[in-house]
Design a protein around this ligand. Structure first.
Ligand SMILES: [Zn+2]
Length: 430
């Protein structure tokens, strides 16, 4: 059967950039190979979820892989899987970062109250040694819950609350405001009024206040301040979740799937959906490796365009796209493959957004695809093409173009599948 190879250029979509004469970085870049593939293939625009709504890479991948937004277990869980942390179904996990805050008092509703103004969301100069020293001051047991902290990288870590799912629901908000110029946010139940979420939010708020008290008196922080460095005096939290993973990729899509990439996040996404993961940093090598693998669906990821866009220098993104284009020099219509080139989301290389909500170009190329009016790989040219889709439309299109699709009304097994089911129990005479 035909294999699918999807080339995922992370954060490839962008906005028109004044410094590029109003063109997007893809439009401004000289990418003859990507353009040749777009010209030969079936093109269009894809939004990850809904127009204007930016997504993170991991959730965008869940949607691309055929899962509903509600099936996404949260970034903390995905990161923990990617970093091989041991997590039980009864645990709750949060992402943390060491931050620098200033305690400020102000008047609110006739009362004087204190709040925490964020100086740095990630305290500079905190490595594994400093983080572990500070972490020893965190309460190990708090309000009857065992709390374990694990180092991740730089100022980032994990907080795991062991065996507490009877008491708590992880549907709670972040205390990390993410965007600049804000205060530490109070943790509240998120999209629920449930008692268990209220209990966890209250626990987190109290834990963080106690943690702040301990950290602001910590000898390491005093030492850092004496030497003119910022103290890591707050532990910001976000992305509370629990281990609750959806069905595997091969069950959802009827294809054995693999991811080739060079990121712990993609490794975590792959592992969470029982897809095999292959580490490969060089994109040209990754494309070669992909052609040697025996899977029905091979996903080849590069973070390079997203990383370039985060520098907020459009010209840097242009440079990175032109370098990536060279990896596609030898790719042409191959009767054994359906090739797809697209992104998971747009990352605007100007402005204050982290990711942005514009569509991304998408190209399908195989000897079964239509040749349409899209004649280059960029947001405007692909807009001349066939498709206006969301990420959730991608897998049905793959199943169709690789002759795996099934008539929608047919009832094969106990669950509706979009592919001709191979997992349905046969009738036996036992
Ligand atoms: Zn990004």
């Amino acid at each position: 059967m035909i294999k699918t190879m999807l080339f995922l250029l992370d954060g490839v979509g962008d906005r028109g950039q004044p410094s590029l004469g109003g063109l997007t970085p893809l439009q401004a870049a000289h990418c003859p190979n990507l353009d040749r593939i777009a010209k030969a293939g079936e093109t269009g625009l894809m939004v990850p979820f809904k127009p204007g709504i930016p997504l993170g890479t991991d959730q965008a991948h869940y949607l691309l892989f055929g899962y509903e937004p509600e099936e996404y277990p949260g970034r903390a869980v995905i990161d923990a899987i990617g970093e091989n942390l041991s997590l039980a179904a009864e645990d709750i996990i949060l992402r943390t970062s060491w931050a620098t805050v200033a305690h400020e008092s102000g008047r609110l509703e006739e009362k004087t109250i204190g709040s925490f103004v964020i100086r740095e969301r990630f305290t500079p100069g905190i490595g594994i040694k400093e983080a572990q020293t500070l972490a020893r001051a965190l309460p190990k047991e708090f309000g009857g819950v065992r709390a374990e902290w694990y180092f991740s990288h730089d100022s980032h870590g994990f907080l795991i609350l062991r065996n507490c799912i009877q008491r708590f629901d992880p549907q709670v908000s972040d205390t990390d405001p993410f965007y600049e110029g804000q205060r530490v946010m109070a943790c509240t139940p998120f999209e629920t009024t449930g008692e268990k979420a209220q209990a966890l939010a209250k626990w987190i708020n109290q834990y963080l206040l106690e943690t702040y008290r301990r950290l602001s008196e910590h000898p390491l922080n005093k030492e850092r301040q004496a030497a003119g460095a910022l103290p890591g005096n707050f532990l910001l939290t976000k992305w509370a979740g629990r281990l609750g993973l959806p069905e595997a990729f091969h069950l959802r899509n009827g294809m054995r799937g693999a991811v080739v990439g060079s990121s712990k996040l993609l490794k975590g996404v792959a592992a969470s959906l029982q897809m095999d993961y292959y580490e490969c940093g060089d994109y040209e090598e990754a494309i070669k490796l992909g052609h040697q693998l025996d899977y029905d669906y091979i996903h080849i990821h590069t973070k390079a365009p997203d990383t370039a866009a985060h520098t907020k220098r459009p010209q840097e993104k242009v440079r990175v796209l032109e370098a990536l284009d060279r990896a596609f020099a030898s790719l042409k219509v191959n009767e054994g493959y359906l090739y797809i080139i697209t992104g998971d989301h747009s990352t605007a290389s100007s402005g204050t957004l982290i990711h942005s909500g514009e569509s991304v170009p998408v190209v399908f190329l195989g000897d079964m695809t239509r040749r349409d009016l899209g004649d280059a790989f960029d947001e405007a040219a692909c807009g001349q093409g066939t498709h206006r889709i969301t990420a959730g439309d991608l897998m049905p299109i793959v199943l169709n173009l690789t002759d795996r699709a099934k008539l929608y009304h047919l009832r094969a097994g106990g669950k509706r599948r979009l592919y001709r089911a191979m997992h349905v129990a046969p009738l036996t005479d036992e």
